[in-house]
Design a protein around this ligand. Structure first.
Ligand code: PEP
Ligand code: MN
Length: 453
């Protein structure tokens, strides 16, 4: 069926039928498979959202990270929503990520590779299939890609037409991101003014003021030297999401006309989640065939052998930049569970990017029922990650953060000392709690200090 449209794919990427015969978890159950088949066909004919060459560029940047020459900053919403596709929201996320990157670049004196959890992060793996409220049991919300957030039977039906919504929302977001990245918004001078504002307006500790004014001086110096305006005004920014929905990701796969290699053109970097990384499962089988740079989440139960087996499956050629291991051990476990995983993978001789997700191992339910995270735990896991790498002599290559540019109240602590009672004020996430912009900036300053050590 699809082989007629993409003849070369049948030689390299397994067909959807083959993938569907493998163990496949966290997939939607569509009431009418015929509608789903039509949507998949429609997606196959649409233009790619990203280019293969851009994915190659990102792979090269990640190779620099693996080689200790750069640091990776990956961040954005836990779950993007269709309603969130508007200029202010996208601009806010970009601004906080670029601000964090500016702080880290300066302190670490290293290039920071900037990757958004953006323009495609619409599907969520869930630990439970159903949710019960007031005696009513309904399917869980699995992200706007699958069903609606509202707790009604109609909203929670799995609707394949939403996949076209994902494509459109991703295209609109990417279009604005590309315009912001090159059209002057990303100008380092403007970003810095925002950082300075953060330092002035918050209770931030004095040590950050020193760093902020150093950056200011460096910028004034560069401008006085007449440094090329273009270099300050544009930025490389990449899009990433969890490649969860096999129908969508398979339908977005295209053969690169230059290399004849398959790329999943739904985003630059795609990752496999903690719940879908089974070696014999459909996600690993699909993604090992595409040439995009890949990420894999590794939780606290991961053994060294598990990580090595995943690396062998996804990176058999030991290609630097191909594989990023995103470890999310939790602040309590990071110092004990991470070393053996790193040691086992490093012993194979391959160079992977080690990135720390300090969010997903530190989620808990507050007494008032909100799913939250404590900023102190997030910082503790990041510090544990740096400590472990320091001890082993390996490179703490990056971080993976759930954040937003808005002043939400979803995670506890930070400079504004958010308490459980504050959570109700602005708890807006569609899934997991995110750092707000001040918490994100505070974390960036903390990471900057570790990079400068
Ligand atoms: C996520 O990144 O939102 C997520 C579900 O993470 P994990 O796969 O690590 O649980
Ligand atoms: Mn999440």
């Amino acid at each position: 069926m699809m082989a007629s449209r993409l003849p070369a794919m049948s030689q390299s990427v397994p067909s959807l039928e083959v993938l569907n015969a493998l163990p496949r978890v966290q997939q939607p159950n569509y009431p009418d498979p015929q509608v789903a088949a039509e949507v998949i066909e429609q997606l196959r004919s649409l233009p790619p959202l990203v280019f293969a060459g851009e994915c190659d560029d990102l792979r090269a940047h990640l190779a620099a990270v693996a080689n200790r020459d750069a640091f990776l900053l990956q961040g954005g919403d836990c779950a993007e929503t269709f309603a969130g596709v508007n200029a202010d929201n996208i601009k806010g996320k970009l601004r906080v990520l670029l601000s964090m990157a500016a702080v880290m670049t300066y302190a670490g004196q290293l290039p920071v590779v900037k990757v958004g959890r953006i323009a495609g992060q619409y599907a969520k793996p869930r630990s439970k299939d159903t949710e019960t409220r007031g005696g009513l049991t309904l399917p869980t919300y699995r992200g706007d890609a699958v069903n609606g957030f509202d707790f009604t039977p109609e909203a929670r039906v799995h609707d394949p037409k939403r996949l076209v919504g994902v494509y459109n929302a991703s295209a609109a977001t990417l279009n604005l991101v590309r315009a912001f990245a090159t059209g002057g918004f990303a100008d380092l001078r403007g970003i810095h003014a925002w950082n300075a504002d953060f330092v002035r307006s918050s209770n931030v500790e004095a040590r950050y003021e020193a760093l902020a004014s150093e950056i200011e001086r460096a910028l004034v110096f560069m401008m006085a030297c007449g440094l090329d305006d273009d270099q300050l005004a544009t930025v490389d920014f990449y899009a990433s999401h969890e490649a969860l929905l096999l129908d969508y990701e398979h339908a977005m796969t295209r053969i690169d006309s230059r290399s004849q290699q398959p790329y999943d053109c739904s985003g630059h970097l795609l990752w496999i989640g903690e719940r879908t990384r089974q070696l014999d499962g459909a996600h690993v089988e699909f993604l090992r065939h595409v040439r995009n740079p890949l990420g894999v989440k590794l939780g606290p139960t991961t053994t060294g052998e598990d990580a090595v087996a995943i690396a062998e499956a996804l990176d058999p050629d030991h290609e630097p930049g191909r594989l990023t291991f995103i470890t999310r051990m939790g602040s309590k476990a990071v110092r004990t569970t991470l070393p053996k995983v790193i040691e086992a993978v490093e012993a194979t001789g391959r160079k992977v990017v080690w990135s720390c997700d300090p969010m997903h191992g530190n989620t808990f339910e507050a007494d008032n029922g909100y799913k939250t995270r404590s900023f102190a735990d997030v910082c503790d896991e990041v510090n544990g990650f740096f400590d472990v790498h320091e001890e082993l002599g390996t490179w703490p290559g990056g971080v993976h953060i759930e954040l937003t540019g808005d002043d939400v109240t979803e995670c506890l602590g930070g400079i504004d000392k958010l308490a459980e009672a504050d959570l109700a004020n602005r708890y807006e996430t569609a899934c997991d709690p995110r750092l707000n912009r001040n918490q994100s900036l505070e974390l960036a300053f903390m990471i900057a200090e570790r990079l400068a050590d």
